[in-house]
Design a protein around this ligand. Structure first.
Ligand SMILES: [Zn+2]
Length: 270
């Protein structure tokens, strides 16, 4: 073996898995529902720990340590703060005007009964637990494939009105496809939770590591179980029209550090 090759192998071994991060960083988009990519330290420094509020933030080494921060849709434009040890790092969130969308759905999805309200509250706790989950193992890449081969029917962030009443903004991306179309895992991950939810219908949550969670709603059928590991492209279930919908489609959600962010930021050439 040549000396040069030996040195290259040694360098590769010293760099370790964090430096071998296969890039695929989302574009820096410092708006509500966007992702901020913020340099924290030189590549030679030890891996820093970074918090946004009380939540740990994904940190990757891509020509230096960078925090990849999900910004909540309800974040106020203005200065925001990250904390890393004794350091405070500020960044500015710019305003973004998302369009309005008016939809008509079954009355029960706008005025639920007391029993349905109790169910909704219990499910909100379960959904929050899944979306704020943080596992230490980092994702192999932050690039996600489209889980369904279909056109976008509703973009992320729309300010929504159901039967004329304002409700929470659209916190995912809708992909139109006929009922029964297979939904594929957009990256490797572990099934965190799966079940039937009042608004979201049959739903699956995948954990990709480092606080990157993806969510699949309104499924006709769920094909996976909690705890199961999936390779990219494995089938999660099929497109359906369960829960609060106007027709069959996949609602696809992406969460970073507990913030629902625009899935399109993670998809190549979109
Ligand atoms: Zn949706």
């Amino acid at each position: 073996m040549t000396t040069r090759l030996c040195l290259l192998l040694l360098a590769a071994a010293l760099l370790g898995p964090a430096s071998a991060f296969a890039l695929g960083l989302p574009p820096d988009s410092r708006v509500p529902g966007g992702v901020a990519v913020i340099p924290i330290a030189d590549a030679s420094a030890p891996a820093p720990q970074v918090f946004y509020g009380d939540r740990p933030v994904l940190v990757v080494n891509d020509n230096g340590w960078k925090a990849v921060v999900g910004i909540p849709l309800d974040a106020e434009p203005g200065p925001q703060e990250l904390v890393s040890g004794e350091r405070r790092i500020t960044f500015e969130v710019m305003p973004k005007a998302y369009a309005e969308q008016h939809l008509t759905v079954q009355r029960r999805y706008v005025s639920p009964s007391p029993e349905e309200l109790a169910r909704i509250r219990a499910e909100q706790v379960r959904i929050r637990a899944a979306l704020t989950h943080y596992s230490q193992e980092l994702p192999g890449s932050l690039r996600l494939a489209l889980p369904v081969d279909g056109p976008e029917s509703s973009p992320f962030g729309l300010r929504r009105f159901f039967n004329g009443e304002p409700r929470r903004p659209h916190s995912g991306l809708d992909l139109a496809a006929p009922a029964g179309t297979p939904i594929k895992a957009p990256a490797a991950g572990r099934v965190l939770d799966a079940g039937d939810f009042f608004f979201n219908g049959n739903t699956v949550f995948l954990d990709h590591g480092g606080g990157l969670i993806t969510m699949y709603c309104h499924l006709e059928q769920i094909a996976v179980e909690p705890g199961q590991w999936l390779q990219p492209g494995e089938t999660i279930g099929t497109v359906g029209a369960t829960g609060r919908v106007t027709g069959p489609h996949l609602h696809w959600g992406v969460t970073l550090n507990g913030a629902m962010v625009d899935p399109a930021l993670f998809v190549e050439n979109r």
